[in-house]
Design a protein around this ligand. Structure first.
Ligand code: XMP
Length: 510
């Protein structure tokens, strides 16, 4: 792999994603990883990432100079560029000129910048700068605040830039990264979706051997793709379990029972637990209380299904849809320790011992979607909106009843239908529809007065759900949604739009 050394800023994961976009496999390692640990991974190149430190700070993370004698190509970015310059005998100074944001660089040839415009915009974020390149290096870029904004020694496989090529604000950045990987480090681009599937399938076969596995399908993309991958690897010996807790969206159960099964040929067991969940939720309106109840009931139901299968000898392995960002964020890196457990099945009791299988633990979300398509899953499953584990239960403000769920399900289906029809599925992250079940307002419909409930549309745009902005949906789409919901859903006489970003509002209302 290409190893991206994380110096503690938020950029390392993004760099790893960009490297993979260039069809080269990459992983993030903490800067505390030793040389030996890194070399053990047999890296095809090492990228030193940006970080918040100044190379002059007493506790600034450094790089082992031996790295540069290991015969591995190295690319330095921002802080990593300065660390590299210093380790190789160049000069880094605190000049007092800071550059933040969009900056123009002038480039003069070299492998990295060949064929790029002589002057182009890049994203900078630095206080210190390299004033003298190390011996044997060509200076290939400069900006007003950074006399040496890029250097390279192609013979040794070394290069670096002061700016951030990984961010979208550096429009030629991806090309620069690609050129480093291909022209300087001479790595062949082989990380394609079909190679990902082949590799993961081989890995899962080794892990599970001739054992049996079980997988909970939550209705989300991750569990669907994880299940499909494991099915591809071990076929019949996987059983998927769908818990219908009655909090699913319209058509979701059918989508799994019919479309997912048709696409994958997976063994599916559906457990109808709708009554059980409704009974447990009766009279509860506190959001945290609802979440606890739903989580607890889910585990009860799933545990029972798992126990049955285990007793029949049909399950020793439990499939979880953990993604790479969770692995990195929980400090897992390349090891196996300390992985965040999936909220849905993390609470299985001790005596039900399963070995975890995490077929997506090396993949980013966009890779998961591509793998899903490669495995033949329908678009409707692969590109569906994220949906919270507690389902519609946390989109009813007030206590949850069967009737309220039916009302919300109908309104939600209309909103989703109209958003899809308008071709907006790829522009929005998700659009929760929320039923304000304890609020009533007066309306007029036909000849009569109504006294119904409002629903809230909550369309948001986001990269990762950590922050979000409300989506500026076209008025005509909003109008169609509003008209249809008030006409077709009897209990709803008002549709309102949530125009709050996150923060301060969360995406879900509860
Ligand atoms: P918030 O409301 O925290 O939501 O801004 C961020 C993202 O997480 C989803 N979400 C959940 N997903 N279990 C889940 O699996 C949950 O309990 C849960 N709560 C929120 C939400 O839909 C959004 O995508």
């Amino acid at each position: 792999p290409v190893l991206v050394v994380d110096y503690g800023a938020q950029y390392a994961q993004l760099i790893a994603r960009r490297v993979r976009e260039a069809q080269v496999y990459s992983e993030v390692v903490p800067h505390t990883a030793s040389m030996a640990e890194m070399l053990d991974r047999n890296p095809s190149a090492i990228i030193l990432s940006g970080g918040p430190s100044s190379v002059y700070a007493g506790d600034a993370p450094d790089v082992d100079p031996a790295l540069f004698d290991a015969g591995v190509p190295v690319f330095g970015i921002c802080y990593g560029f300065q660390v590299m310059a210093r380790a190789l005998g160049g000069t880094v100074e605190h000049t007092g000129t800071r550059e933040f944001g969009r900056t123009e660089v002038d480039v003069s040839g070299g492998q990295l910048h060949e064929e790029l415009p002589a002057r182009h915009p890049v994203w900078m974020s630095h206080g210190d700068c390299v004033t003298k390149a190390p011996e044997g290096f060509d200076v290939t870029a400069s900006s007003e605040g950074a006399p040496v904004a890029g250097f390279e020694n192609v013979g040794r496989g070394f290069a670096g830039v002061q700016y951030h090529p990984e961010v979208a604000h550096s429009p030629h950045g991806q090309e620069v990264l690609r050129r480093f990987l291909q022209e300087v480090a001479h790595i062949r681009p082989q990380w394609t979706t079909s190679s990902i599937v082949d590799e993961q399938v081989a890995r899962i076969r080794t892990e599970i051997g001739d054992g049996h596995a079980i997988c909970a399908l939550s209705g989300g993309v991750d569990s669907a793709v994880a299940g499909a991958l494991v099915q591809r690897a071990i076929g019949e010996r996987l059983t998927c379990v769908l818990v219908d807790h009655g909090l699913l969206r319209a058509g979701e159960r059918t989508q799994v029972e019919r479309d997912f099964v048709a696409a994958t040929g997976v063994n599916l067991v559906t457990v109808d637990a709708r009554e059980q969940f409704l009974a447990a939720l009766a009279g509860v309106s506190d959001p945290e209380e609802k979440r606890k109840i739903i989580g607890r009931e889910f585990i009860r139901v799933f545990e029972e299904a798992a126990r049955d299968l285990k007793e029949q000898g049909d399950a020793e392995f439990l499939v979880q849809g953990t993604l790479y960002p969770d692995v990195v964020e929980s400090g897992g890196g390349t090891g196996t320790s300390n992985i965040k457990s999936h909220h849905n099945v993390g609470g299985l009791p001790e005596d039900l011992q399963f070995t975890l299988v995490e077929p997506l633990r090396l993949l980013f979300k966009d890779e998961v979607r591509r793998v899903g398509l490669e495995l033949g899953l329908p678009e409707t499953i692969v590109h569906r909106q994220p949906f919270p584990g507690p389902g519609l239960g946390i989109r009813i403000i007030g206590d949850v009843t069967g009737d309220r769920l039916d009302t919300l399900r109908a309104a939600d289906a209309i909103a989703r239908e109209e958003l899809s029809a308008a071709g907006l599925d790829h522009d929005i992250w998700q659009c929760p529809v929320v039923l304000l079940a304890d609020v009533r307002s007066v309306g007029v419909q036909g000849d009569g007065r109504t006294y119904g409930h409002p629903v809230v549309l909550r369309p948001v745009s986001s990269e990762d759900a950590m922050t979000a902005d409300w989506t500026r949906l076209p008025y005509d789409v909003l109008e169609r949604i509003s008209t249809r919901i008030t006409n077709e859903v009897a209990e709803v006489n008002r549709v309102v739009l949530d125009v709050t970003s996150k923060p301060p509002g969360t995406i879900e209302w509860e």
